[in-house]
Design a protein around this ligand. Sequence first.
Ligand code: HEM
Ligand code: HEM
Length: 162
Amino acid sequence: MATRSPYSGLQITLHWLIAFLIAAAWFLGDGMGRILDKRIEAGTTGIEGNTLHVWIGGAVFLLVLIRIAVRLRTGAPAPAAGSTGWQETAALWGHRALYLMMILVPVLGATAWYGHVKPAAEAHEIAVNVLVILIVGHTLMALYHQYVARDGTLRRMIPFLR
Ligand code: HEM
Ligand code: HEM
């Protein structure tokens, strides 16, 4: 994979925009189960009746596709100086898992919503929990690197941070 330094403005913008939209979708998920049941009963399969949760989740999906394309083209900065092999492997697979779940969560949601597949709704809820656990771990690691290991990792995503 190509390495570059630092993350581009586009990569940083997408990182924070997507993080914000995931948080918004998460808060707006409340009550979606009942809305889905009514929708299935009514037989609606199109975009009519789409909730803000569905629109925002769909935006996350499209933005993540763009983000992965940008990532494959421009790469990521080289690992912080002093990081060990296992740390780099953990970060690589942690980031890949985040990308995978950011794709899987909306795909399962859409399968339930547009395809009326109830098991996909349950899988969507489980996948959301996995994504949230990954995000919490990711955030803790970012804070650890910045404030305990003090290797400036957070500055890669917040360039004006001192
Ligand atoms: C919904 C929440 C979030 C998601 C889904 C997410 C996802 C990701 C992903 C996939 C990467 C890898 C980028 C790449 O190399 O292509 C990344 C990098 C990064 N994220 Fe997040 N992130 C989130 C929230 C946060 C938060 C809250 C912080 C800080 C407290 C943070 C700090 C960072 C930093 C510092 C990097 C660069 C790591 C490095 O260069 O190795 N992220 N994030
Ligand atoms: C990153 C994007 C998304 C996140 C973070 C997210 C998050 C959530 C959360 C937290 C819930 C509530 C789960 C619960 O009640 O325990 C939920 C439910 C639901 N979401 Fe999403 N969602 C996303 C994308 C989508 C998309 C794109 C769709 C449809 C196109 C969708 C459709 C649904 C449906 C139908 C439910 C109800 C599931 C059920 O309880 O039967 N979601 N989502």
